[in-house]
Design a protein around this ligand. Sequence first.
Ligand code: SAM
Length: 230
Amino acid sequence: MAKLYVVATPIGNLLDISLRALRILKEADLILSEDTRITKKLLERYNISKPTVSYHQYSRLSKVSYILSQLKRGKNLALVSDAGTPGISDPGSKLIEEAVKKLGNQVEIIPIPGPSAITTALSISGFPADKFLFLGFPPSKKKRNKFFEEVVNSKYTVVFYESPHRILKTLEEFNVILNVSEESLRKQLVLCRELTKKFEIIYRGDIKETINQLKEDKIRGEFVVIVGRK
Ligand code: SAM
């Protein structure tokens, strides 16, 4: 039976890949990759030479049909994203939905676990994570206030992602919403920047302290924001 492996890859440090992931990438007939240039760097690091085909959020239906046809022919495919676990704020779910719908039990869909920025950040947060709420990226325009209200009102630790150029704007808007709520004094932040990379920094403090630190350091990078309670 054809296999579609969903393979987690490092979120920065290329050593953070599992032995099983390497074996699957070596043995797959074809690697489906969000950005083939990024995947090639990983493959080169481990001397893996495999054909890659791009598959991303905006892939057309014809690309999905091509991938399904490969599976129908019994090929084993490995799906990777640029970083972390496919399908987590990354491409993957549509392809899997189509594979399940159109190929049913002609294909086995197999997870190959590994890093994700969510669990990596939560693991060092010090906040309870037996239950948590993950909200992906804040919306870029409309519904931002609603997003921040959801963060403020959550009973659980909240995790969300933010991109380098929007992190300060997002924290400042969040601060405005927090200040009009009773929760403002109780919320604590852990801000994880560039996890597993050379310039990894973990900021801990309340929202104002965190904003001031970010401004002082004048830094950018990829961020995971975790909001907990004192
Ligand atoms: N699928 C990925 C995962 O499992 O973590 C997430 C992909 S999402 C498109 C990319 C976002 O994840 C970044 O904008 C950032 O918020 C977060 N992220 C990914 N790698 C990170 C890292 N090394 N340090 C901090 N945040 C990271």
